[in-house]
Ligand binder design. Structure first.
Ligand code: NDP
Length: 379
């Protein structure tokens, strides 16, 4: 089975290495916590309201510094850890990460009073507390998850590229490097706009349960490189120089299109929430439906579809599938399949929440103005 899947190279650790792989996430969690605590950060008010004060929660953001430090430590091998370690230990790290996030979730959930979710197992999955911060408000746990998860996604992808190069040398597949570059760019861009994340779904709705702990760190940080498990073991697809350029430039163009849509929509919403009457990029006039003291934006990217930002993720994940150049290999499409399923569900979930927040009548008005859910003309 494992051979048939083409992932036997992920089972080649010695006994001692397997144990080290299992504990790698624990070391990472601790190192990132220390880095986030020590490195300077900028303090900003967020979007969600702190119920104790009635004021926006405060956050201290320094993801970009933690990310750059982690990349430098990984690239220089200063700790003695080989660059391909994260990739080679992927499966053991996922096992360890799952166990450790489960233990952390049990502590985070069962230390809280019982809330509206009475079933203890469901509460463990969904969580009870909306937010947890440590050391006063110095480290917010949701934002910490993104720092660990995002940075590890990039490091795991680069680590896979390092492993791939060791295997194939001059017959290496540039698509594997392109894949690592896509995710490193994606994560770097996220850190540049880290504050915008404070205005998104996870921050607004998710609670501190296993779904958030495991999803935010293990799935995002380690499992997102799933396509690489199958694809890093393949050499250059063998195209001519001309078709190699078409494939690499075409994938990059599609990736950048997807990124522009996602980043553009997120920034437009962020601009609108902070300065409701300011034109986005100085040109797109914000028009909105008033729903009590809330406002539903319906111009620009939020007028094309009700969640056009998810369309951006769709293009981007399609580009990820193309990036390897082995178009018929199902591994290449694992991320694309995840993204389409996940965002189809999330769009519906967010609309249910929004209908409650904004009121059915106002939301129906928005739906009549902006007909499409994600993909204009199709869905
Ligand atoms: P959104 O950023 O779309 O946040 C949803 C919230 O935005 C709504 O609950 C509502 O909250 C507000 N909102 C929605 N529509 C409008 C509107 N028309 N006018 C005003 N406010 C509106 O969702 P996500 O957090 O899911 O996504 C954020 C980004 O992160 C996206 O680009 C997404 O693609 C990306 N992402 C990527 C993932 C991946 O796996 N690659 C996973 C998750 C997210 P309120 O009214 O309370 O402000």
């Amino acid at each position: 089975m494992i051979e048939w899947l083409g992932i036997e190279h992920l089972f080649e650790l010695s006994g001692a290495e397997a144990i080290a792989g299992f504990f790698t996430p624990l070391a990472i969690f601790a190192a990132f916590l220390v880095a986030q605590f020590i490195l300077p950060g900028r303090k900003v008010p967020g979007y969600v309201i702190n119920p104790d004060t009635g004021q926006p929660r405060n956050y201290r953001l320094n993801g970009i510094l933690v990310f750059l430090l982690a990349v430098a430590i990984w690239a220089t091998e200063i700790t003695g850890m080989p660059r391909d370690w994260f990739y080679r230990s992927s499966l053991y790290a996922i096992a360890g990460g799952t166990v450790f996030t489960l233990i952390m979730s049990i502590a985070a959930v069962y230390s809280q009073p019982q809330g509206d979710i009475k079933n203890p197992l469901l509460a463990l999955w969904e969580g009870r507390a909306q937010e947890i911060s440590l050391f006063g408000e110095r480290v917010d746990i949701k934002m910490y998850f993104y720092v660990v998860g995002g940075t590890m996604l990039s490091l795991n992808a680069m680590s896979g590229a390092a492993w791939h190069y060791d295997q194939f040398g001059s017959d290496f597949n540039p698509g594997v490097f392109l894949y690592a570059a896509f995710f490193t760019f994606y994560v770097f861009d996220y850190f540049i706009w880290e504050r915008v994340q404070l205005y998104t779904y996870d921050l607004i709705y998710e609670r501190m349960g296993f779904k958030m702990f495991w999803g935010g760190i293990v799935i995002y940080g380690w499992v997102f490189i799933l396509p690489l498990w199958g694809m890093a073991a393949h050499p250059h697809p063998g195209f001519s120089d001309f078709w190699t350029y078409v494939w690499l430039i075409g994938s990059t163009a599609l990736f950048l299109l997807g990124w522009s849509i996602g980043r553009g929509a997120n920034l437009q919403k962020y601009t609108f929430k902070r300065w409701p009457d300011r034109k986005f990029l100085g040109i797109i006039e914000p028009k909105y439906i008033e729903a009590g003291d809330r406002k539903i934006l319906y111009t620009g990217l939020w007028g094309v579809a009700r969640h056009f930002n998810y369309m951006g993720e769709g293009f981007l994940s399609f580009a990820v599938g193309l990036s390897f150049g082995h178009f018929l290999n199902p591994w290449a499409w694992a991320y694309f399949v995840f993204v389409v399923s996940f965002f189809t569900w999330r769009q519906r979930s967010d609309e249910t929440h929004c209908e409650e927040k904004y009121g059915a009548e106002k939301w129906a008005e928005y739906k009549s103005r902006v007909k499409w859910r994600i993909m204009p003309g199709i869905y």
